[in-house]
Write a protein that binds this ligand. Structure first.
Ligand code: GLA
Ligand code: ZN
Length: 674
């Protein structure tokens, strides 16, 4: 079960008062208090001010900001400011700036720009973090440390290359072992000496992003970069811990961001926090999946919604406004999936810089008399009253989806069969089918041991192309013990060196699914395939069509068009007490719904039927309480029919909510079941 992460519900977000004159600060605080805001995330990009030169530190402005917040009893998320390199450092120590994929060493500018293996960065970033901790550790209301910001940039400089070679030596021991793991006799890529090794970028072996001659080498570089970046976090964490042993330390993650293995980095975070910026056309299921992934990265514990925009972004092609009520329901969606805070980027809109058109609680109109301010205030009042009650519950799931960053990378480098085959989309297709039935899902690492898999009625591994040692065995023992497991095209194909298992797809899971795949056709958008389901209906398959031979399995669906009409498209195999499914094509919604219903029927998953756009989630609390969140994520009124087991009294007005009732556009109910 789960404990609340803080002693109160924090509602706030990024506030950058160093960007504007001090006479505005007090005005801000008053407006924020009016809006029910009780937290400010500060100091995210202030390195240039805090350390104006090599041996000079100046905390005077930050002291005044902190004092103001303390005087007003704000919670403070204090960032370490290390995500943007100051000008003097870039000038004096060029090694601190990263070298990009095209081999260009960056100059001063932009942000998210340090080289993670730069001796300069590794000296000065923890030093600053330590100084901040020394000075502010005992600040009343210090909620969390926020290290850096949205870690990400890979570096391809000589320092990184040298560190990579050391990493490879430790991993492989000999050049022969490396050649074998990398399959480097392909295109004559044999390495004779460690010194032959170059970083895989546009100048060498990854001639264009995603196309690497040796995917195993490119994946190793990703592992190395991901760990180098993770070590930047732990460097700063260690520096903070010298002065502050208790305050949780985090960094803001970005859900399905490809470049960092968040299951690795997540282990180092005391609390997970993440930034949610769905595009206007994202389905609610896509946002839901990201929340579940972030909860999974934190081992299922509650997390912080560190950033979301109150209204619009500035960096997407179409920065549409959130519709009236939408920010509130999205905040509740986060809470329903396990968030214990709701925070915005940003509290005041800047008047200059690239983010001046990014939404904020206080807009350029500079008044409380705006739609956004009113909506923020309404939610603030609500969270002040009920927020604490939402905190700490766990989200119990009967289904799990394996999400694996290394498979994500291997899919990225798969070079065929189709450009439309994208890892996150494949995962989401399966997630969405369960979501439409309101099945709660845990996103779990592929290396989850069998005894932990056992608690799930269904485990899915969409496009889990890379099967690490022990994974196939754990999955098999899970199925034999009574589990239901779903593999799809591209699942199970390769080992941890991205080398293909012989004998037919899905390689590592072939015997378990009792089928083998012979060929995978790529279906251009204008050429879908018909799929006949076991109930006689026809649906459509897209992107790929794998031609499956059942061995011990039973056919669930077959192709009904093209030269492979009659060939199996999906099978199920009984193994021990359980079943293993294999699905060879990306079915349309009707096909995925059918598959989800097969899984529900076979496994006894609990479902809740709701209209499209309505989502039902449950949070369970250590003290036996259960809250049900019924969310209308869409712009039309919806009628729900709530089953008895989820009925109870409304948290907001104590009225009984059961059976049929309407929910207004972007409206929601929170129901106390017990
Ligand atoms: C990210 C960053 C913030 C800000 C927002 C804008 O999440 O962490 O500093 O740039 O994007 O959407
Ligand atoms: Zn570097």
């Amino acid at each position: 079960m789960a404990q609340p992460i803080f002693d109160r519900f924090y509602y706030g977000g990024d506030w950058n008062p160093e960007q504007w004159s001090e006479d505005v600060w007090l005005k801000d605080i008053k407006m924020l208090e009016d809006a029910g805001i009780n937290e400010a995330t500060i100091n995210v990009f202030s390195w240039a001010q805090l350390q104006p030169s090599e041996d000079e530190y100046d905390f005077s402005t930050l002291d005044r900001i902190v004092k103001l917040l303390v005087d007003h009893h704000f919670g403070i998320v204090l960032a370490t400011s290390t995500a943007a390199i100051p000008a003097w450092m870039a000038r004096r120590h060029p090694d601190v700036m990263y070298t990009d994929f095209n081999g260009a060493r960056h100059k001063f500018g932009d942000r998210h720009n340090p080289c993670p293996n730069s001796p300069t960065f590794r000296k000065y970033a923890p030093k600053l973090a330590g100084k901040l901790a020394e000075r502010y550790a005992d600040t009343p209301g210090l909620v969390a440390w926020h290290v850096s910001n949205e870690y990400g940039a890979y570096c391809y400089c000589d320092n990184c290359r040298e560190a990579w070679i050391e990493w490879l030596k430790a991993k492989y021991g000999t050049v022969e072992a490396l050649n074998k793991a990398w399959y480097s006799h392909f295109w004559g890529h044999t390495i004779y000496d460690w010194d032959d090794i170059v970083v895989p970028n546009a100048l060498s072996d990854e001639w264009t992003p995603g196309c690497a001659t040796l995917s195993a080498a490119a994946i190793d570089y990703r592992r190395f970069m991901s760990r180098s970046i993770t070590r930047c976090f732990t460097d700063e964490k260690a520096a903070i811990r010298q002065f502050d042993t208790k305050t949780p330390i985090t960094t803001n993650l970005m859900s399905v961001f490809m470049d960092i293995d968040y299951f690795d980095l997540g282990k180092e975070l005391d609390v997970i926090s993440w930034d949610s910026y769905p595009r206007y056309d994202f389905p609610a299921s896509a946002v839901a999946m990201r929340h579940d992934l972030m909860r999974g990265v934190g081992g299922g514990k509650p997390y912080m919604l560190m950033e979301q925009t109150p209204s619009q972004q500035n960096w997407q092609p179409y920065n549409s406004l959130k519709r009236p009520g939408q920010m509130r329901v999205m905040s509740y969606q986060a809470i329903a999936h396990g968030a214990d805070t709701v925070q915005f980027f940003q509290l005041r809109r800047s008047i200059g810089g690239t983010e001046r058109f990014h939404g904020a609680v206080i807009s350029h109109a500079d008044t409380e008399n705006t739609r956004v301010f009113r909506e923020v205030s309404q939610l603030g009042a609500e969270l002040k009253t009920y927020g604490k009650e939402y905190m700490g519950g766990s989200v119990e799931s009967q289904a799990a989806i394996m999400f694996d960053w290394e498979s994500y990378w291997a899919m990225y480098y798969s070079s065929g069969p189709s450009v439309l085959l994208k890892y996150v989309d494949e995962v989401h297709r399966y997630y969405a089918a369960l979501y439409r039935r309101n099945v709660q899902v845990d996103m779990i690492p592929s290396t989850t041991p069998a005894d932990q898999l056992a608690k799930y009625k269904v485990v899915l591994a969409p496009a889990l192309i890379m099967v690490k040692p022990g994974v196939a065995e754990a999955v098999e023992s899970y199925v034999r013990g009574g589990g239901r497991f779903v593999a799809t095209t591209m699942s199970g194909i390769a080992d941890e060196n991205d080398q293909v298992f012989l004998g037919g797809y899905p390689g590592a899971f072939r015997e378990l699914v009792g089928s083998w795949g012979e060929e995978i056709d790529a279906l251009p958008p204008e050429r879908p395939v018909s799929v006949r389901l076991e109930d006689g209906r026809e649906v459509s398959g897209s992107i790929v069509a794998e031609l499956i031979h059942p061995v011990s399995s039973r056919v669930l669906a077959s192709y009904a068009s093209d030269f492979y009409a009659g060939v199996a498209a999906a099978t199920v195999n009984e193994a021990g007490e359980g079943k293993a499914y294999y699905v060879g094509t990306d079915m349309d919604e009707a096909g995925m719904d059918w598959l989800a219903d097969v899984l529900v029927r076979d496994s006894g998953l609990d479902t809740v039927e709701t209209p499209h756009d309505v989502e039902v989630r449950v949070r369970d609390y250590d003290d036996g309480r259960r809250l049900v969140f019924v969310l209308n994520n869409g712009g039309d009124t919806q009628t729900v029919d709530l089953p008895e087991r989820l009925s109870g009294t409304s948290v907001f007005d104590g009225k009984r909510l059961a059976g049929l009732f309407d929910i207004e556009p972007y409206g929601l109910r929170v129901i106390r079941v017990r």
